[in-house]
Design a binder for this molecule. Structure first.
Ligand code: SF4
Length: 492
């Protein structure tokens, strides 16, 4: 299908809105837009970070998911208690594939589920005593944990438990960092507020732990990687490049990260942010309090990687700048071979995305490196500053959809007919059953890493494997194909 004009994209949005009642139509119209690269500010064309409409099928998550699932969960040597009924923790356990090194249950706990397993009596009489008992049990069973976070599920805020008081008492008793996090699922409009609350809890309960302690030997090249959750090993394939150019990565927030790394972060010279949405709060705080500058970077695809390495290097001296050039040169043969192999198979293919955090804009360059085009994109929980960054990355007259509903997404895909959809697990089987090639772009569909040069090779292979899979040609029932005989058609 040829690229759509501005008028055609506008008409498509109007057509899709048509089914809604008047009030819903007015509301949803603000969240659907035709991209205009000439705009400086996205609020001129799209509204974001608003409450989802009751009755529409939103694809968003909750504040607890943003805190426990994204920010805190990957800190591997702490135990994160899902405080409340068993389901929230169990159904989100290990789903994001945050890889880590360590012995699970001994000194790392990333894939385990710890819960206070609330029952009716806890809702009626309060769960503080149960929480205190659980922390004591954890200390007996898993004494090598380096700290505990209490991730509040919805009921905790509703019944008014004082988890801060429990955390303070137990911190004193056990001599460990114990962090209460008020990330009850009902807070805010999406998982986004959970990220913010999680950042604030780190600021208030962890980050100051080494203030005034200069015993950690620093270097002029110390950096922290912020907002890389090591999905399928992403942070590892990123860290390699930073270290090869001569930087020292002191901390990974938070994939494969430890509480000690977080405590040392205020000592670094530069904070490097990959997922801006989920971690910009803490970077801004460190800038204000510790005067640590921060920059965003993008390690998807060779074009953006080279741009980012050079931008990062520009904050350091010639040694690091030469190091960045050396790294780009060193991997050139490898990434050019990847492009030479896959670009002819993927050239001209069109992609529609709907993800969270950074990916709806960050992966555009990687697709373009392979000759592909992203023709529609949107975020589950973006704010206006995310769309500000997106309008320049997307082509003119492409589709933007914020907090897209299940219905809108399906209709857009039916009309635009992309060669690939990249979204989450809830969308995967719907589109696959519609015969549309699909990649799960939250957890890389059991693959990865996708960051860095190593990740790009896997990304390219996965996209090719999905789009050019022979299964799509066999999607039509045999009796519905041209070749089927009239007799077979008649029987069918
Ligand atoms: S909304 Fe509440 S009950 Fe649902 S998963 Fe989130 S914390 Fe749990």
């Amino acid at each position: 299908m040829a690229a759509m004009t501005r008028e055609e994209t506008e008409a498509l949005i109007q057509e899709v809105l048509e089914v809604y009642p008047e009030k819903a139509k007015l509301d949803r119209a603000k969240h659907l837009a035709v991209n205009d690269q000439s705009l400086e500010k996205a609020n001129k064309c799209i509204t974001s970070n608003r409450k989802s409409l009751p009755g529409v099928m939103t694809i968003r998550g909750c504040a607890y998911a943003g805190s426990k699932g994204v920010v805190w969960g990957p800190i591997k040597d702490m135990i994160h208690i899902s405080h409340g009924p068993v389901g929230c923790g169990q159904y989100s356990r290990a789903g994001r594939r945050n890889y880590y090194v360590g012995t699970t249950g001994i000194n790392t706990f990333g894939t385990m589920n710890f819960t206070s397993d609330f029952q009716e009596k806890d809702i009626v009489f309060g769960g503080d005593k149960k929480l205190a008992k659980l922390i004591d049990e954890i200390e007996v069973l898993f004494p090598l944990n380096k700290g505990i976070s209490i991730q509040s599920e919805c009921p905790i805020g509703l019944i008014g438990d004082d988890i801060e008081a429990v955390a303070k008492v137990k911190k004193k008793e056990h001599g460990k960092t114990i962090v209460p996090v008020r990330c009850e699922g009902f807070r805010g409009v999406s998982q986004s507020l959970g990220h913010h609350i999680a950042n604030d809890a780190i600021r208030d309960w962890v980050l100051e732990n080494r203030d005034g302690d200069d015993s950690f030997p620093t270097t002029p090249y110390d950096v922290a990687v912020i907002g890389d959750y090591n999905i399928g090993g992403d942070a590892w394939s990123s860290r390699t490049l930073l270290e090869e150019m001569g930087l020292r990565v002191v901390a990974q927030w938070s994939g494969d990260g430890t509480i000690a790394e977080i405590e040392k972060t205020p000592k670094v010279k530069l904070n490097l942010i990959h997922c801006y949405r989920s971690m910009n709060y803490i970077a801004r705080h460190m800038e204000e309090k510790y005067s640590i500058p921060w920059i965003e970077y993008n390690f998807f695809g060779p074009t953006k990687i080279a741009e980012s390495l050079r931008r990062i290097a520009s904050h350091f001296d010639e040694t690091i700048q030469a190091g960045a050039e050396r790294v780009i040169e060193r991997y050139k043969i490898e990434y050019e071979a990847v492009i030479a192999k896959y670009k002819p198979r993927l050239q001209g293919k069109r992609v529609m995305l709907y993800v969270g955090g950074l990916r709806p804009r960050h992966v555009i360059g990687a697709y373009e490196d392979l000759g592909m085009e992203v023709v529609g994109t949107g975020y589950e929980f973006a704010h206006n500053d995310d769309y500000d960054r997106t309008i320049k990355e997307m082509g003119n007259a492409t589709l933007l959809y914020d907090d897209v509903t299940g219905y809108e997404f399906e209709e857009f895909v039916k009309k635009v007919q992309p060669d690939l959809v990249g979204s989450g697990i809830k969308e995967k089987y719907i589109f696959q059953k519609m015969g549309v090639p699909f990649r799960q772009m939250h957890s890389w569909d059991y693959s990865g890493p996708y960051h860095g040069y190593d990740g790009f090779a896997i990304f390219a292979k996965d996209m090719d494997m999905t789009i050019n899979n022979p299964c799509w040609k066999n999607f039509k029932a045999p009796w519905k194909t041209e070749a089927a005989s009239d007799a077979v058609k008649a029987v069918a």
